[in-house]
Design a protein around this ligand. Structure first.
Ligand code: HEC
Ligand code: HEC
Ligand code: HEC
Ligand code: HEC
Length: 507
């Protein structure tokens, strides 16, 4: 057999081909090596701290110096133009969309003003603007306690650290308005030293303790949902824990299902308010998003909130977590198609069809409850007794609790369609039960014609029906926004100027 040298001697061009080939391969290998070094360097530079700050640094832009990609994507939560069929981040007046809500919440803050939720960066602005927090000008107090600030941003853990937890909750809402100016951000979910996920809200830790669980033992994947469960949960203000304090408490001692929490509230005879029309002792479901998610298929397959709402993305060869927390329908490719092979349109349709089917019945339940409130008022007007009304009012309480649990667990119709379907249908049964009892009562009282249903076809008409001075509230709010809020912002700016931030990057 001829050696390579013999072959080249016979065909010299082959030698040149081999030589050139080797040069090209060596060159390509060199390029690859240099690109790897460059990527590594890029990663190093990207993650080299630029500033040093403490855990209680509330300003997102300061944390953002060290993590520009996460910060830039976080800033997009300020956007307000995405609308899906039922959700999204646009400013939508829900009372205008569905005026029956005004009657359901008569006598309670939500009947004044309730908007579609927007992105995290708007949280502080939105809580100042909403009529529910009132217009604390010229010595007038807000109707809400400071507890209302708890889910609004990283100034909260800072203040709790300075003043203590109970002292933070104490007092009316305007007393710390100048302290809370940074919206939901880095310090709410992260440890400043390690950037590991961190639970910063005591109510969640305390609920775990009471259930005999240790929050620091959960898996990394569970943490990717529990950071959200600091705020996207059902809660109430307990007045019994510490004298004069509205102490934020999660009602999970008997479990997190709709009936376990109802049993808890009934057991302590808690009600958020007395209904202005029916006089029923009401519960307001806040936003049991985490509890509902737990009952769904994605949770049972180990998919976390962050998997869908904060998917990984890639930029300049860097993989990082998208901090633009939003409706996943605005980003199906990263949010769903990592796991599902179906087309975008198909996945969106799946979500809509779940929502459509739930909302069809939820809407019926809503009307039944409005009728029950109106009929209960009619019965009172006919001088029904407390004794005659007692069971009826408890039914109304339980039916509306179920309706609200379904409606306010934003995304619940997708997160757990079967459970929400169950909750709504149990609500319908209870609401029908209350109206049956009302019908019997009317027969006893000698009334046998239909009780008139009020004209509540617009928000204005509904607010008039419950006797709410909407225009006056709006005028007062405007004055508050003009006179008080700029002072808060100025005071906070002066305070923050004194914060210590060390520049550590020599580049
Ligand atoms: C609502 C909670 C939340 C907020 C607010 C938040 N993060 Fe994150 N962050 C997460 C989650 C969840 C992850 C994924 C962590 C994991 O799986 O280990 C993450 C990951 C990170 C990482 C690790 C690298 C990566 O991209 O996965 C960095 C760095 C980071 N965030 C920086 C920030 C900065 C800077 C801010 C403020 C502008 C911020 N985060 C605000 C929840 C949050
Ligand atoms: C510190 C409290 C807090 C934490 C932690 C938190 N949220 Fe929120 N979230 C809120 C509030 C408050 C709003 C409504 C803000 C507004 O309307 O101004 C909101 C709004 C949202 C919205 C609606 C945004 C839109 O564009 O429509 C989504 C989705 C959401 N949160 C998901 C999450 C997920 C997922 C996590 C965990 C990774 C999380 N949130 C952690 C308090 C929180
Ligand atoms: C991390 C993986 C993962 C992600 C991300 C994910 N899913 Fe799923 N999804 C699953 C698994 C696993 C199941 C259960 C299927 C099974 O076990 O057969 C499932 C089930 C479903 C189902 C059928 C069950 C039901 O409730 O109707 C739908 C629809 C669905 N997913 C839609 C979506 C959409 C829309 C998104 C994005 C917003 C998404 N999924 C994101 C893993 C994922
Ligand atoms: C499998 C993917 C998936 C998981 C897991 C998931 N979500 Fe969602 N979420 C969705 C989809 C899809 C919607 C409906 C969005 C729409 O209608 O525009 C939604 C809606 C929401 C909304 C209302 C959004 C808006 O625009 O107003 C909130 C808030 C929310 N989810 C929070 C959470 C929280 C908190 C968790 C974890 C406890 C979680 N989600 C887990 C997919 C998911």
């Amino acid at each position: 057999m001829a050696t390579l040298r013999d072959v080249i001697r016979q065909k010299p061009w082959l030698g040149w081909v081999l030589f050139t080939g080797t040069v090209v391969i060596v060159f390509l290998l060199g390029l690859l090596a240099s690109s790897i070094v460059e990527r590594k360097l890029e990663a190093l530079i990207a993650y080299t701290p630029q500033v040093e700050h403490g855990q209680f640094e509330p300003r997102n832009e300061v944390w953002g110096e060290n993590f520009p990609r996460q910060y830039q994507s976080y800033k997009k939560t300020k956007e307000g133009s995405f609308k899906s069929k039922y959700n999204g981040n646009a400013m939508i007046d829900m009372l205008e969309v569905d005026p029956r809500l005004v009657v359901l919440w008569a006598g309670y803050g939500f009947s004044k003003d309730y908007n579609q939720s927007r992105g995290h960066a708007n949280a502080v602005e939105d809580v100042r603007n909403i009529l529910r927090t009132g217009a604390p000008v010229n010595g007038v107090e807000s109707p809400m306690p400071n507890t209302c600030w708890t889910c609004k941003g990283p100034d909260v853990p800072r203040l709790m650290n300075e003043a203590g937890i109970a002292n933070f909750y104490k007092g009316t809402w305007e007393t710390i308005g100048h302290e809370i100016v940074n919206s939901i951000g880095c310090g709410d979910c992260h440890d400043a030293k390690t950037m590991n996920l961190k639970i910063t809200r005591p109510a969640l830790m305390e609920a775990f303790e009471r259930m005999g669980k240790e929050i620091n033992d959960v898996s990394h994947q569970e943490m990717r949902s529990l950071v959200c469960a600091q705020c996207h949960v059902e809660y109430y203000f307990s007045k019994k824990k510490i004298e004069g304090v509205s102490y934020l408490t999660l009602p999970w001692d008997k479990g997190t299902s709709v009936q376990a929490m109802e049993e808890y509230y009934d057991g302590i005879e808690f009600s958020d308010w007395t209904h202005a029309v029916s006089k029923a002792p009401m519960l307001k479901a806040q936003h049991p998003g985490y509890e509902v998610y737990l009952t769904g298929i994605h949770a049972s397959r180990g998919v976390s909130c962050a998997d869908c709402h904060m998917p990984y993305m890639s930029e300049g060869g860097q993989k990082f977590t998208d901090h633009h927390v939003q409706s996943p329908l605005n980003n199906v490719a990263n949010s769903c198609q990592v796991c599902h092979r179906e087309e975008t349109e198909q996945l969106i349709q799946d979500v809509y069809s779940h929502q459509d089917r739930i909302i069809e019945n939820r809407d019926k339940l809503e009307e039944l409850i409005v009728r029950a409130h109106v009929e209960a008022k009619f019965a009172w007007d006919m001088e029904a007794t407390e004794e005659q009304m007692k069971e009826i009012l408890m039914d109304i309480r339980h039916a509306q609790w179920r309706w609200d649990y379904a409606a306010s667990s934003h995304g619940g119709s997708f997160h757990s369609p079967v459970e929400i379907g169950r909750v709504v249908s149990s609500g319908i049964t209870i609401a029908q039960e209350s109206r049956l009892k009302l019908a019997r009562l009317f027969a006893e009282l000698g009334h046998n014609t239909e009780i008139p249903y009020p004209d509540i076809s617009t928000k204005a008409k509904a607010q008039k029906f419950i006797g709410l001075p909407a225009e006056k509230l709006k005028e007062e709010k405007e004055l508050f926004l003009k006179e008080v809020v700029p002072e808060w912002i100025e005071k906070a700016r002066e305070r923050e100027e004194g914060y210590e931030v060390k520049m550590v990057n020599p580049y």
